[in-house]
Design a protein around this ligand. Structure first.
Ligand SMILES: Nc1nc2c(c(=O)[nH]1)N[C@@H](CN(C=O)c1ccc(C(=O)N[C@@H](CCC(=O)O)C(=O)O)cc1)CN2
Length: 284
């Protein structure tokens, strides 16, 4: 895979931003392989993502950061510059549903997801068999024996031990405490099994069945202390009908969950997501 640097920016919108960044890149001989930008006219916020061939730059990543910094300060940019070859460490959290966990493990195992998976942390022991098959360290944190507070202390200790860059809740069915949400801000992703904002919280398919919906879906979002209200990264929907039971929805909905989560994780790993307030811009 061609090594690229990803330059991701958000800042107050003003005329000349695209020209200024383009001119800067051209002046450093940068070969741009992908360029996206968006202006939110309601908030006056500008968003931009450039992917640049690393071998076209006469600079290291750190040197590039140093020479870009004055331009960033001039335009009050929030910005980051990342290396596509830098594998992020993705910790997976699981409970007793296996489909999203196994889907991510398979995509990682077949090099579809470019990352490392240093550990799986679960509040039930059932997923050990899948961790063993994929040769990933597995940690059962016994929430019942430890109680939530001690259990989440153990979870956080494990995440720090493995130096996780991203934590993915693969149908993890415990509500993270506010302190952990703050520590993982912008670096924890959940898959909620409904088309949010409909049916947040527990048992969304039963809620959907009781409501008589004609579409079910799944929502991949960042984790915040407001349950299932974090910035949405990706969503999938599918049609269902009056003949579908709640169990049919659970079965059919798994495809939406797997696809939404896999896409959302990949967009994050490829630095395609910019969070602004409680929304995202995704340069997919
Ligand atoms: N702080 C946050 N934690 C979690 C979020 C979030 O957005 N913010 N998303 C949930 C996922 N989720 C639905 O997608 C969800 C999980 C669990 C519950 C819940 O009521 N859990 C009970 C325990 C249930 C059990 O023991 O099986 C609880 O934690 O008391 C609701 C929604 C993941 N965490």
């Amino acid at each position: 895979m061609q090594q690229t640097f990803r330059l991701v920016i958000d800042c107050p919108d003003q005329v000349g931003l695209v020209a200024a960044v383009s001119q800067f890149l051209a002046s450093h001989n940068a070969t741009i392989v992908e360029a996206s930008h968006h202006t939110d006219l309601q908030t006056g916020r500008f968003f931009m993502r450039h992917e640049i061939r690393a071998d076209s730059l006469p600079l290291s990543l750190e040197a590039f950061r140093s020479v870009f910094r004055p331009l960033a300060e001039q335009y009050q940019m929030n910005w980051r510059l990342t290396d596509s070859h830098q594998k992020q460490k993705v910790a997976l959290l699981a409970s007793h549903e296996s489909h999203c966990l196994i889907d991510l493990l398979h995509r990682w195992h077949t090099n579809e997801l470019y990352c490392d998976i240093p550990c799986i942390i679960a509040n039930h022991p059932h997923m050990q068999q899948f961790a063993d098959w994929y040769n990933v360290p597995f940690h059962w944190v016994d929430f019942q024996a430890l109680g939530k507070d001690k259990a989440f202390e153990e979870v956080q200790t494990l995440l720090q031990h493995y130096q996780a860059d991203l934590t993915v809740l693969a149908r993890f069915m415990q509500i993270l405490p506010n302190q952990l949400c703050a520590a993982l801000r912008g670096k924890a992703i959940n898959i909620h099994h409904s088309f949010l904002p409909s049916f947040a919280g527990a048992k969304p398919y039963q809620q959907a069945y009781d409501r008589g919906v004609k579409l079910i879906g799944a929502t991949c979002h960042y984790v915040t202390s407001d349950l299932d209200e974090g910035p949405i990264i990706e969503q999938e929907v599918m049609r269902i009908s009056h003949s579908d039971t709640a169990a049919d929805m659970v079965r059919k909905g798994k495809n939406c969950e797997k696809q939404a989560l896999a896409n959302g994780v990949r967009y994050h790993l490829e630095d395609r997501v910019i969070i602004h307030h409680n929304k995202t811009v995704v340069f997919a």
